[in-house]
Design a protein around this ligand. Sequence first.
Ligand code: ARG
Length: 565
Amino acid sequence: MSTTTGATNRTTLPVVPDTDPSQFVLDSYKIAIAKIVGDALGLSVEQVYPGVAWGKKGVDFTVALPRFRLPGKVDELAKKVIASFEPNDYIASIEHDKAFLHFMCNTDNLNRDVLTQIHTLGADYGKNETGKGKKLVIEYSSPNIAKSFHVGHLRSTIIGAFLANLYKACGWEVVGLNYLGDWGTQFGLIAVGFEKYGSQEALEKDAIKHLFDVYVKINQDAEKDPQVRVDAAAWFRRMENFEPEALENWKVWRELSVKKYEEEYDRLNVHFDVYTGESAVKQESMDKALERLNEMGWNVDYLTRDIGGAIERYEKYKFDKMIYVVSAQQDLHLAQFFKVLELMEFPWAKDLLHINYGLVQGMSTRKGTVVFLNQIIEDATQIMHEQMQANEDKYKAVEDPEFTSREIGISGIKVQDMAAKRINNYTFSKERMFSFEGDTGPYLQYAHVRLASVGRKNPNLLPLPPPSEIATDHLSQYAQARDIVFLLGQYPDVVLTALKTHEPSGVVTYLFRLTHAVSSAWETVIVKGEPDVEKAKAKLFLFEQAKVVLNAGMQLLSLRPLDRM
Ligand code: ARG
């Protein structure tokens, strides 16, 4: 094993398929346990390995014996394993607890192996190649031009960005699509409205806002004057016939809206490969879909655009999987059009996945109900800015308070959104989301800043020597250090689990466990003032690797980890 520098003459371990100690060093410890149990009970390492689970409450790993369905009493089996047990380089102790066997790792080696691996892999720690050669198309955010950007779009943006990052981290090629609501009769209405209320200047300044304003005004007119809708319908018909003059303005509106959205997404650290939209689905594809639907006796023409769109996307991207990140309110719509594609016997229909999410209640900004994305961001920025200004000394030390408060505010919004299972509804709470206390985005940023500051505050220890020259054994006396290390070691598994569940909450929960473990170490695992330089270096090494993992996890969640605040 190349990553365990400093370890000499380790017990050799068997190779187990689908494990990779060079990326996930705790695999070695799991294999060591599988071998101990397997040898004692006459099972192969492969048979036991899947039964080696994370332990609870201070236990590293646990094996539930009944799962092997062996003849004889569980108690006897456990005694057999215990009788043959001898501590080795990986496993230090074993304990019998009813039908379970609990194992503790060798602390010296655990600390050294995990920290060295993180140091070696750096930002790649936790990533894997399970998706190598596979392509994901993921559609998310998908707001409607000239209409309001609501919290549903925000959730789709946040969850979608996380999933895109996650698949990339697992080796997939990812194509991120923003499927804009950029077509439909409302554009005829806006065209009529634009003649009356449009301003080129306002459009260029903020297309999203201006088009929305025009839309609201012309809708009011339409209430009073039926002719407005007649004119609008005529306009849209000309658009559908691809009359260049009718499309000219629409093109500009779309382009400027996309430009504005790109700026907002950029602030959110969210990026799309393609801005597509309802307008991009070809009539021909929809006609084909409609024909097939009629044959099947399904009178559901509102599905045709999505059906046609999916067919086009498959032809274009030949994806291995396509994800739609859309609110649970549209469950039925997605289930129906997936079903139709299946009935049409497209072999890739089984590779479509709807990732849904619940509602957000009570979202409002200082300007009232939320209409625009930039309103949400600015409101968060302001609230954080005011909070930071309350501490004058600290505030003066911040280099770019505007940027910093925005990043912390955005972290607050995102973490609140991803903290629970996607399907849960939640109530938007500014008090909670922007607080530095409790499990919040600002708290994660604060924890990262604190980790980043240890090196800065101890320049005499830097640069650290290579891991093989760091006396990590010094860490073994600190239970708090061990807790941190064991959590750090689990990170690659957290990533893999998220890929199965598509739940950002697993990552969020993990990062809070990690930051809490780090926070309880500050008072015992002290770097500044540690007289033994070797020891101080080992401690700094620990905190630096904790920072690497916290940083990676935050980036997976699309946060931008801060080094100062
Ligand atoms: N623009 C739609 C909305 O705001 C969401 C699009 C969902 N995607 C889809 N392929 N139907 O409700």
